[in-house]
Design a binder for this molecule. Structure first.
Ligand SMILES: [Cu+2]
Length: 279
């Protein structure tokens, strides 16, 4: 008996230690806009939505941990106290009203407790605030095309550059957006279904041909943030990264002016050609 109690204690301690190490490791490696070696949890947040996704993830993690430990303790008690050797004459008890009411009500309360922040997060993701800037991302086999419909209507392709860091995430033309501004992202597909995803901003939305999907993010930190196409879309699915550079307002304005000139002659630029025809 004594040995078993020690074992139980040690098991619970072991579980708690592993859980704390995982949480600590997650905290230690968080904070970059790209995957890092030995990363064991979500990428660091750089948007209000991702802040809440991480909060919700941690909330569920500890809730699940508590429930799992509780069930483990019950199982251990049953196995130790009520095995045939320790308890040769079993009790004939069949019902206990208090326990039956409790094991119905408590799980319901737990589910309601999960549902409230879950729905709050869902509404935050889907209810797009008034946008400061709109960008349009079109998934193609196998690269992305970006347009800035309210900043000179230029358009450009963004392709993987094989030897550019970070590996498999570096591109020739990065998306540039201003910091602390609500960016509405319109997403569509030109050929097959792709998906536009940036972990640090907490967004992932399908790029479906013939359909215009919308999502949004507000980058709260300057720097580079990376994502990848997240829908199996063909042989180079793994080689169409998304690279977003978040800059301050002045840098963004300067970039827009430079981009208007740089991409003016882009043959794929339908907006520009419409604009020049009108002129
Ligand atoms: Cu794709």
């Amino acid at each position: 008996m004594k040995m078993s109690k020690d074992q139980t204690g040690r098991r619970i301690l072991g579980f708690a230690v592993v859980a704390s190490i995982l949480a600590a490791a997650g905290a230690a490696f968080a904070g970059t806009g790209q995957p890092t070696p030995w990363e064991v949890t979500l990428q660091g947040s750089a948007s209000p939505v991702m802040d809440n996704i991480i909060w919700f993830h941690n909330f569920l993690f500890w809730l699940i941990t508590a429930i799992t430990i509780f069930v483990l303790i019950l199982l251990i008690i049953v196995a130790v106290k009520f095995n045939a050797k320790a308890n040769p004459v079993p009790s004939k008890t069949t019902h206990n009203t208090l326990i039956e009411v409790a094991w119905t009500i408590i799980p319901v309360l737990i589910l309601v407790g999960i549902a409230v922040p879950s729905f709050r997060l869902l509404f935050q993701e889907l209810d797009i605030p008034k946008a400061d800037l709109t960008i349009k991302a079109t998934g193609k086999q196998w690269y992305w095309t970006y347009a800035y419909p309210d900043n000179g209507k230029f358009e450009f392709d963004s392709l993987l550059v094989a030897d550019k860091a970070p590996r498999l995430l570096g591109v020739d033309n990065e998306v540039v957006v201003p910091v602390n501004k609500v960016i509405r992202v319109q997403v569509t597909g030109a050929d097959v279904i792709h998906a536009f995803a940036i972990p640090s901003f907490g967004i992932k939305i399908d790029a479906v041909p013939g359909r215009l999907n919308e999502t949004w993010f507000k980058a709260t930190k300057e720097g580079m943030f990376y994502g990848q196409c997240s829908e199996l879309c063909g042989k180079d699915h793994a080689f169409m990264p998304i690279a977003i550079r978040v800059v301050n307002d002045q840098e963004f304005a300067a970039w827009v002016e430079a981009a208007k000139k740089k991409f003016a002659s882009n043959p794929t630029n339908e907006f520009a050609s419409i604009g020049s025809a009108a002129r």
